[in-house]
Design a protein around this ligand. Structure first.
Ligand code: NAD
Ligand code: ZN
Length: 385
C-alpha cells in the first residue's frame, strides 16, 4: 500500500510499504478515509527530532473498519471510526484516571503512545491506505454511518480535543478573558473552544494574516500580529490589568520577533522561551496558563543542537511573583472526543472551517512543504488515500 514516508529533513515521499496485519486479538484494521497533517509532524519533518528515515507519519486518523481481532467486542467491519492520536490501553493507572496521553502500558520507558511518532512506540502512522488500531475497543470512537461531517470528525483525532485541552489546562470559565498564542490549527481550535465555553474576550496572537482572520471570523477573537509590536503591550493597551487565562499553542519552535532573518521561519529566529514568557507577562496575577504547545526534554545523548532544546530561559520568578498556575502536556483525547463528537452531531459545533485543503495522499510532499512554510491560506491539510 502507499504511505507517507519520512526520508530526512524537509523530505517526505509517498512510497509502497507493507500493509498492517492484526497482531493481537484486541486490534482492528481500518481503511483510512482521512489522515491529517499536524504541526507536531513538522517537528520530525524539520529534522528537529531523532526520527529515523523510514517512519510512516500520521497520528490523526479516521476510516472504516475492515478486519476485527477475536477479542474486540464493540466494533465490526463497516463501522466508521476516528482514532484518538494517543494509543492507550484503557486499564493502567493513568488511563483509569482519564490521562490516556500518559498510558504506562503501550510504550514502556516513556509516558504515552501515538501513531507514527518518534519515541512514542512502535505504532505505524495512518498517512497511508490502512492502519492497525491496538486496544481497538478503547481507541476507536464510533461515528454515525455515511460520510457526513467528514472534515469535522477527522479533527477529533487531535486538534479539536487538543485546543479544548488547552482551555481546560488553563481552567477557562464562562466570562473569562483569554490570550491564545498561536493561530495554527491548535491555537484556532483553542480559540474556538474558548468561544464555545463562553469566554468574554479572546485574543489570538500570530503573524500569519490568514490565520488571524480565521480567529476573528470564526472565534470572535481580537487578532494580534506579533510582528507589529510587543503582543503583551498590544493586549494590555486593550486589557490593562492582564487577561484571566492564557494558552500556548505554539511550542518550542516559537519565533522571536526581535530576531531577524531573511526567511520568516528561519530557525535563527527561534527562541523556545518567548511564548511562555509572554504568557506569564500577559496573564494577570493568580491567572492560569495552559500549555498544549509541544516542548521536549533536555537530552544529553542527542546531537548538540538538539541536546539543549529542553532548557528554556523561562522567567519562573515572575510566574512565582504573580502566583500563576500552569498545566501542560499531551492531550488526553479520549477524555473529550465523545462530547466534542456529539456537539458536532447536534450542530452545536462545526470546526471544519479550519480545514483549508483536502487532497490526495500523493500530494503530501508539496502540502508538507506549504504547511511547514505556514503559507497564507494553508491552515489544516487533510490527506485522502
Ligand atoms: P503550527 O506550528 O502551524 O502553529 C503554530 C503557530 O504559532 C504558527 O501559526 C506560527 O506562526 C505561530 N507562532 C510562531 N511563533 C509565535 C509567537 N512568538 N507568538 C505567537 N504565535 C507564534 O501547528 P499546530 O498544528 O497549530 O501546532 C501547534 C503546537 O501544538 C505544536 O507545537 C504542536 O506540536 C503542538 N501540539 C500539541 C498537542 C498536544 O497533545 N499537547 C497536540 C497537537 C499539537
Ligand atoms: Zn496532531
Amino acid at each position: 500500500m502507499n504511505a507517507v514516508v519520512y526520508k530526512g529533513p524537509k523530505e517526505v515521499a509517498v512510497e509502497e510499504v507493507d500493509e498492517p496485519e492484526i497482531e493481537h486479538p484486541n486490534d482492528v484494521l481500518i481503511d483510512i478515509t482521512t489522515s491529517c497533517i499536524c504541526g507536531s509532524d513538522l517537528h520530525m519533518y524539520e529534522g528537529r527530532t531523532a526520527a529515523e528515515p523510514g517512519i510512516v507519519f500520521g497520528h490523526e486518523n479516521m476510516g472504516i473498519v475492515t478486519e476485527v481481532g477475536d477479542a474486540v467486542s464493540s466494533l465490526e467491519a463497516g463501522d466508521r471510526v476516528v482514532a484518538p492520536f494517543n494509543v492507550a490501553c484503557g486499564f493502567c493507572e493513568n488511563c483509569e484516571s482519564g490521562y490516556t496521553g500518559f498510558c504506562t502500558n503501550v510504550n514502556p520507558g516513556f509516558a504515552g503512545g501515538a501513531y507514527g511518532y518518534v519515541a512514542m512506540g512502535p505504532y505505524k502512522g495512518g498517512q497511508a491506505e490502512k492502519l492497525r488500531i491496538p486496544y481497538a475497543d478503547f481507541n476507536a470512537l464510533k461515528l454515525p454511518e455515511g460520510d457526513g461531517h467528514e472534515d469535522a470528525f477527522s479533527l477529533l483525532a487531535d486538534i479539536f480535543p487538543t485546543g479544548w485541552h488547552g482551555t481546560e489546562l488553563a481552567n477557562l470559565e464562562p466570562g473569562d478573558s483569554v490570550a491564545i498564542y498561536g493561530a495554527g490549527p491548535v491555537g484556532l481550535m483553542a480559540a474556538y473552544s474558548a468561544k464555545i465555553k463562553g469566554a468574554a474576550e479572546i485574543y489570538s496572537i500570530d503573524r500569519v494574516p490568514s490565520r488571524l482572520e480565521l480567529a476573528e471570523e470564526h472565534c470572535d477573537a481580537t487578532p494580534i500580529n506579533f510582528e507589529e509590536g510587543d503582543p503583551v503591550e498590544q493586549i494590555k493597551e486593550q486589557h490593562g490589568s492582564g487577561v484571566d487565562k492564557g494558552v500556548d499553542a505554539v511550542g518550542y519552535q516559537a519565533i522571536d520577533p526581535d530576531k531577524e532573518a531573511d526567511d520568516a521561519y528561519d530557525p535563527a529566529r527561534e527562541n523556545p522561551a518567548v511564548v511562555i514568557n509572554n504568557l506569564i507577562r500577559t496573564v494577570k496575577p493568580t491567572g492560569e496558563l495552559g500549555i498544549p504547545g509541544l516542548y521536549v526534554p533536555e537530552d544529553p545523548g542527542a546531537p548538540d543542537d538538539m541536546a539543549a532544546q529542553g532548557r528554556l530561559g523561562i522567567d519562573f520568578g515572575l510566574l512565582f511573583e504573580k502566583g500563576q498556575a500552569l498545566g501542560t502536556g499531551q492531550c488526553n483525547v479520549k477524555s473529550y472526543n465523545r462530547e466534542l463528537r456529539d456537539l458536532i452531531i447536534e450542530g452545536r459545533a462545526d470546526p471544519s472551517w479550519v480545514v483549508s485543503h483536502r487532497v490526495d495522499l500523493e500530494k503530501a510532499p508539496e502540502m508538507y512543504e506549504a504547511f511547514d512554510n505556514r503559507e497564507e491560506g494553508v491552515t489544516k491539510v487533510l490527506l485522502e488515500p
